[in-house]
Each structure stands twice: as structure tokens, then as C-alpha cells.
Design a protein around this ligand. Sequence first.
Ligand SMILES: [Zn+2]
Length: 356
Amino acid sequence: MHVMVDPSEVKRFLLFLKLYGISHEVLIANVQSIIDTETEANARYSNTFGWKRYNTLAEIETWLDGILEKYSNVTEEFVVGTSYEGRTIRGIKISYKEGNPGVIIESNIHANEWITSATATWFINELLSSENQVVRELAENHDWYIVPVLNVDGFVYSHEKNRMWRKTRQPSNFSSCIGVDPNRNYDSHWMQNDGASDDPCSQVYGGPHAYSEPEIKAMSEFIFSIKDKVNVLLAFHSYGQVLLSPYGHTAEEFPENYEDLMQVAKAYADAVGTLSYGSVFQYGSVASVLYQATGATNDWAYEQGILISYTIEFRDSGNFGFVLPPAFILPNCEETLTGIIALLGECQKLGYLDAK
Ligand SMILES: [Zn+2]
């Protein structure tokens, strides 16, 4: 378990650990110092969109406009819906030909996981501009539906007010705490088995009811509307370096095609392992590898018949956590591309990319 402790609580926390005989190590001595370093790195490249720094929502949208214009023959914008604060949640469809299997990428549902939208935007760019033969085949033989930033309100808040913000920004009717964990808000075993919290102040608050968050209601409707054309769903998250398949509500039960899901996840992990960075990815079901979590995208999508459905936790394993330094953006992107090529290759072998 990774815990972030307020400086004023450190003494008490250490006492607590001692009292219960819990061993510990310090991963990040001062979270603010790595946020400051990240802010400096972002400022260094402040005039150029790119992947040496983390871009704001406005920068990502301007970039997306340019991409849609430049590649208008193979791209199409889609609008997922409107956020609580009234922002438009945008996505891009990339399709080179008719009849391709569909892949949905949901990204930055958790606001503070900036590496996810950085990776999603890089991936879009790669699909459209790479001249590498393997990437060309990847791009042209699948239909891509990519939402680079789903939790737009939270993302803006994490840039402007609180780097560690995770949830949406909708206030609660009965608490002064704001926001819901959007990845606990889909209508899939919602709030069952302690898979989310009913406390609005919790980081994993499931909301007053399933789909209480307009972002999630809209995203579920969007996915539902295209589910018959979609074979694979990948939800980008950080951190932890793990591929998580259904289910999240119980570790006692596994999906019917669990063996296939593990074989496909292994292909991703093995491929990433061949790169020089030495990153190790684990895999398994949410509840068996992590903990019980309900109302998440991957479980919900699986229940809609998207039988290859994962949450992918990107870098790292805790040295920087959510505040992954910008220097690691490109290595993470490279790992993701390599992993997805292998993942879809394995899906193809197992027959999951056939027309539905
Ligand atoms: Zn996440």
C-alpha cells in the first residue's frame, strides 16, 4: 500500500506504524518537491506542444484541432458529451478503411494521471504520422476511438489548483467535499463488496448513484452506441505497471475468457519487457491483483460484450507515482505502443478481432 502523509501528521503516522508492527519504506520524501521539478520542466518548453512536458487541456485541444484538420481524410471528431462544469469532452476516431475491428482508448479519467493523456496524444500522432511498417499496419487495420481526456474538469483543476486531484468536480448534496471517483461510477456492481466508498471525502467515492457524473453517463452512452463495432477497450491509468482485467467486484470469480485475457496481457508485458528500459508489468484481474473496485470502465465494458477489456496502469512503481517526470513521457509512450502492438497481435491470433 502506498500512502501520502501530510507533513503535520508524519510523527503520528510513524507511531501508528510502530504500534501495529507495520514495516515501511519512504518512496517520496517530499511530494511537493517533485511537483516543483515537474512545473519547472513544463515551463522550460512552455511554447511548444510536445511530449517533453505535460500539456494543458487547452493545449491538447488546440493540437487536436490541428490533427483533425491535417488528417481530415482518415480522422473524425466525436463529442462524448459535456462535463459538470460545461466543458466538451472530445474524442477522435481514426479509420483508414471499412470493416476494421474497433479499439476504444479511454484516458485521463483520473485527473492527476497526466501520463495517460500525454501517452494517448502521442499515440494518436504516431498512428497518423509514423512511417514504421508495423505501426502503419496497427493504424490502418483497426478503427480507433480515442478520448485523450475524459475527466476534463478534474484535469483542468489538477493543472490550475491541485496537482494531486483525482476525482470529478461535481459538488455533493450532503458534504462539503467535492467530486466522485469517476472510475467507480459506472453501473457495474456499483458500490458492491466495498468496491468503492460512500464517503464523499474519500478518493474512491462511488457517487450518490451510478452515472451520477455527467462525464461517465456520457462515456457509457458513447461506448454503448458503438459497442457492436468495438472488440477491445483499453483504459489508460497510472501508476503501478500492471494490466488489470475484469473482475473488480470479486476475486472468487473470473470471466469466462480469463485465460485468454491473461494470455493477451502477457503478450503486452512480454513485449514491454524486451525494450531496453527493463520495465516489468504484472497482470491479473483487478480484485485478485489489486483490491476490490467496482463501477470501473473495464468491468462495465466487458459486460457490454467487449470481451477484451483492460485497465492499464502505466509507469512507474512508486518512485514518482502520479507525478512522473516529463523525461519519462517518451519512454512510457514507447512501451505503450510496443505493448499494444503485441496485445492486438495476440487478440488477432485468438480470434477476438473478427467482426462481431
Ligand atoms: Zn486511475
